[in-house]
Ligand binder design. Structure first.
Ligand code: MN
Length: 340
């Protein structure tokens, strides 16, 4: 079978490897149908993901069909459509005991720390697959993992109906945060320097859009919120200055959620944090978000609605990575398609 491997930074190859077989009674064999290309895959490709090791079969946004199940598998059967939950953890450390295995000291991400789903077949424990309904298309199913990132950010920010949420960045992650914030009943303001992205955010439910190159973000948020500020600010850009702005525009008793892995410090004084008694939280990967996201997908409440802009067959994966790299303004989400 074919597999896509990054042997070392800046190289990508399609390998012929042996088809895997079940090794435990609780495992399932999945025939892969779609794999999304994520920003983090591009970082692995470029050698700029500090967590990745090489060689690596990438792919953590994965949908496929069950083709074989071990004798002890309970919840899925041959023919089921599934999406893959891409994290494994020790189950034993402080974070795991707090119900937060996404920050387990030994967290391992499928396609980052271990080989992932960009191959024709994969063997997984039953516990790592979630069934979607038979009538859900592969293109909708493959978006489950990206939506869990937005689900986690809105969960960490404790987004509630009636609140005003300000999302910085209308790229693919910002859009998943937007969709989840709208499902939680919030009013959403979203900012981006690209009007095309803002127009897409509007189509996906944004109540207000801000292009900081055209209007002053702080005054605009004050105008929208009657000088209250945004109750939850979610930073899907991750620059030192977007963190600073988040603190500035958050309302009293507000939440600020950070998604970035930027190591550059921000210049933030204590005063505003204390005065407004802000809660600042990180949001990494996801915990326990797949069930809810899959329910929304099954109910038709989460649809990609143009979020997938490009599809490439497995054979053209090199062209796909090159295209994504060279056309960041054209590509929202690109997916690799496998034989059906
Ligand atoms: Mn991803």
């Amino acid at each position: 079978m074919k597999a896509v491997r990054i042997p070392e930074a800046n190289q990508i190859e399609i390998l012929e490897i042996a088809e895997p077989t079940l090794a435990a009674k609780t495992e399932v064999k999945v025939k892969i149908k779609r794999v999304g290309i994520c920003g983090s895959d591009m970082h692995i490709y470029h050698g700029t993901n500090p967590l990745a090791t090489y060689p690596r079969i990438v792919g953590h946004e994965v949908a496929g069909e069950i083709v074989e199940v071990g004798s002890d598998v309970q919840n899925v059967k041959v023919g089921d459509r599934v999406v893959v939950e891409p994290i494994t953890y020790c189950g034993d450390c402080y974070a795991c005991n707090q119900g937060r295995p996404n920050v387990c000291k030994e967290v391992s991400v499928f396609g980052v720390h271990q080989d992932g789903g960009m191959r024709e077949f994969v063997i997984l424990p039953e516990s790592k697959v979630h069934k979607v309904n038979d009538d859900i298309s592969w293109d909708e199913a493959v978006m489950a993992e990206p939506y869990t990132i937005g689900a986690q950010a809105t969960f960490r920010g404790n987004v509630q109906a009636g609140q005003t949420v300000f999302i910085q960045g209308a790229g693919p992650i910002g859009i998943t945060v937007l969709k989840m914030a709208k499902l939680r009943g919030a009013t959403v303001i979203i900012s981006d320097f690209t009007n095309e992205r803002l127009a897409f955010a509007k189509e996906n439910g944004a109540d207000y859009t801000i292009n900081p190159s055209e209007v002053d973000t702080i005054s605009k948020i004050n105008e929208i919120t009657n000088d209250e500020g945004a109750n939850v600010v979610i930073d899907a850009v991750g620059l030192p200055q977007t963190f600073e702005l988040s603190i500035e525009v958050a309302s009293a008793a507000g939440n600020v959620v950070l998604l970035g892995f930027n190591a550059t410090p921000s210049a933030i004084a204590q005063m505003l944090i204390t005065k407004k008694e802000l809660t600042i939280t990180g949001s990494r990967l996801q915990t326990h978000q797949f069930g809810k996201v899959v329910d929304y997908i099954n109910e038709g409440k989460l649809q990609h609605n143009g979020l997938i802009t490009h599809k490439f067959p497995l054979e053209n994966v090199k062209e796909a990575f090159k295209f994504v790299e060279e056309n960041p303004q054209l590509v929202r989400k690109a997916v690799i398609t496998f034989d059906e």
